[in-house]
Ligand binder design. Structure first.
Ligand code: MG
Length: 122
């Protein structure tokens, strides 16, 4: 895939370390980082909490925003593709309003979008 890819992650109900845990493994974030994607969090959790999550994971995020500020991320980075991964209708709504493609953190959907995100061999 050519061009910059931005991937935004909801935390609770989405990431395996969320409360409640979601279906998205942390290794998926590491894979995205390794491929040069810009990754970050977009959550209702305060930025201090988001920062603590990233520190605990040992991953340097490219951005952290509150959920209603996702459009700021879109403005900040000129990318070829923008994805927001989340588990709720709220995620879907904010993603679409901010010009992000919504990827649902659901076991079935997850299998399909991993291939879209990383290519068939990912
Ligand atoms: Mg959530």
């Amino acid at each position: 895939m050519s061009g910059l890819i931005v991937v935004s992650f909801d935390i609770d109900g989405t990431l395996e370390i969320g409360e409640p845990p979601g279906v998205v493994p942390i290794v998926l974030i590491r894979t995205a980082k390794r491929l040069g994607y810009l990754v970050g969090s977009c959550s209702d959790r305060p930025l201090t909490y988001q920062q603590a999550v990233w520190e605990r994971l040992g991953i340097a995020p490219d951005f952290m925003v509150l959920k209603h500020r996702l459009a700021d991320v879109r403005r900040r980075f000129a990318a070829a593709a923008y994805y927001h991964i989340g588990d709720s209708d709220t995620d879907a709504r904010y993603a679409s309003a901010a010009g992000f493609r919504f990827l649902e953190a659901d076991p079935v959907a997850h299998a399909a979008w991993v291939a879209e995100l990383f290519g068939p061999s990912g």
